[in-house]
Design a protein around this ligand. Sequence first.
Ligand code: PEP
Ligand code: MN
Length: 340
Amino acid sequence: MIVVMKQSAKQSQIEHVRQRIEGLGLKSHVIVGEERTVVAAVGAKRQQGTREALESCEGVDNVVPILAPYKIASTEVQQHPSVVTIGSLTIGGGTIGVIAGPCSVEGEEQILETARQVKKGGATALRGGAFKPRTSPYSFQGLKEEGLRLLALAREETGLAIVTEVMTPSNVELVASYADVLQIGARNMQNYDLLAEVGKQPKPVLLKRGPSATMEEFLLAAEYILDQGNKQVLLCERGIRTFESHTRFTLPLASVPYLRQHTHLPIVIDPSHGTGKASLVAPMARAAVAVGCDGLIVEVHPSPEEAWSDGAQTLTPTAFEQMVAECSKVAEAVGMKIGT
Ligand code: PEP
Ligand code: MN
């Protein structure tokens, strides 16, 4: 439930409500809005009389149930859009972040060259997989810690924030020690131990939608991270599995306005994995901006045909630069801007 504090509520009254909620065996989350503060009380242990107990606290305006199954992610708890800023990357609140880079980190020259090129093309963060979840165990699995080290080198040179995937709970600390944003891959969207672990550390998390997950499952996965105290969650629509085979996945852009209505979390679109075809990436990126996304994540490689993974959906630096220029025009038309 949500405890809505009066506009005039004092800090000590908010703190008292928070302690009361914890004392009742629930978790408290304080959300400071422009007009007033609300304290969300969430957890399975709701006893009779909880609502009345909270309603009678000083400084409380009213107590209302949260109807959505996800709680902290919901617009019922927080109406104003969340903005995530880390280093060169800002996502949300009218600013569109552009995360670009190769599917996999392949070596020093490749990642440094890509970082320079995507920065020139308008990227505000660098992506690159060091730990790769591959469908086949015989495919390249990533350079692992060496890949993280190379990403950090690219950040040092270009100033671009780094987005990279973490696949297992035991690697969260290691990846977080190099990365600016931790990516949870589509295949791991329902790895609840991993979600809880990234929720316990302070770096922002880019959560990709599972290819067969419903919107509700997607938002509940985000809730696992939020529930641990990490409020910096970015939702990434990266396409779902359907009967259709002309594209690698089907990229449902209606996810953007739907999520906008139901959550305050920033929304990122991945037109690379969403289509699987380089020629479709820029048109879908433009459409994603038009429909109101807060960020794009796009695969770029100096030589896509030589890429060790996902070459067919990867843009050249020139095509990327053109994509960003086109997206900027669309952004301007819808009252947003691409940048930091
Ligand atoms: C990736 O970003 O390279 C990746 C593996 O994405 P997804 O988890 O969406 O398949
Ligand atoms: Mn990829």
